[in-house]
Design a protein around this ligand. Structure first.
Ligand SMILES: O=C(CO)COP(=O)(O)O
Length: 252
């Protein structure tokens, strides 16, 4: 049984005050128990305050990126050790915005995934095809390669800890989505890639999220699919009310 995971990716939004008041608003309202995990992925600047605010509640805190080295001369970067020390539990790795604008590759994703696991952080590894790749029927090849390369050299036990987020690039921030059946089909391809690279047992343990224009209005349909175990949400996660509706949608 895979516990659903709803994660809000704030991207480069909010001030510290806005971030903290969001958490104050949602923390008492997120359902307790094992039914759904609610995660907030914040800019690094607010992680410390959010971890403190979330203490003793059901809300978990995630970073949006990190470096793969533990420390060193990497100006402007954040280390996995520092994230762990703050009490951060999750970290997004290889978001398409980072692949597209900040030069991330399957190889750097792989280094970061290893570093996250080694430091006890759970990586949320993003994969997904561009519109051009989709139109030339390369979706399955692209996500299979991204999963295989991104998770390369993990043990089966380590791979089982990873969360994979399937985010078609063309669906991010556009209001366009694949149908729930199409999204599920690609999540199924991702699960098969995991089974081939590791084992059937590992593939069945990994939680696969769908991301890209998820809203309270479409979350339930996505969550009802057999291979979709959660959502990674941008725009619709910025308001407390909407985030709570998403978590509720993941809880049914
Ligand atoms: O990129 C995303 C989450 O990581 C999706 O963003 P939107 O939900 O705004 O489309």
């Amino acid at each position: 049984m895979r516990t659903p995971i709803i994660a809000g990716n704030w991207k480069m939004n909010k001030t510290k005050e806005e971030a903290v008041s969001f958490l104050q608003e949602v923390k008492g309202k997120v359902p307790s128990g094992e039914k759904v995990e609610a995660v907030v992925c914040s800019p690094d600047l607010f992680l410390d305050a959010l971890v403190q605010e979330a203490e003793g509640t059901e809300v978990k805190i995630s970073a949006q990126n990190m470096h793969f080295e533990e420390k060193g001369a990497f100006t402007g970067e954040t280390s996995p050790k520092a994230l762990k020390d703050l009490g951060v539990e999750y970290v997004i790795i290889g978001h398409s915005e980072r692949r597209d604008m900040f030069g991330e590759t399957d190889a750097s994703v792989n280094q970061k995934v290893h570093a996250a696991i080694d430091h006890g952080l759970t990586p949320i590894v993003c994969v997904g095809e561009t519109l051009e790749e989709r139109e030339s029927n390369k979706t399955s090849d692209v996500v299979t390669r991204q999963v295989k390369e991104g998770l390369k050299d993990l043990t089966k036990e380590q791979a089982a800890l990873v969360v994979v987020a399937y985010e078609p690039v063309w669906a991010i921030g556009t209001g366009k989505t694949p149908t729930a059946e199409e999204a599920n089909e690609t999540c199924g391809v991702i699960r098969e890639a995991l089974a081939t690279a590791f084992s059937r047992e590992t593939a069945e343990a990994v939680r696969i999220q769908y991301g890209g224009s998820v809203k309270p209005a479409n979350i339930k349909e996505m969550m009802s699919q057999s291979d979709i175990d959660g959502a990674l949400v941008g725009g619709a996660s910025l308001e407390a009310e909407s985030f709570l509706q998403l978590v509720e949608g993941g809880n049914e």
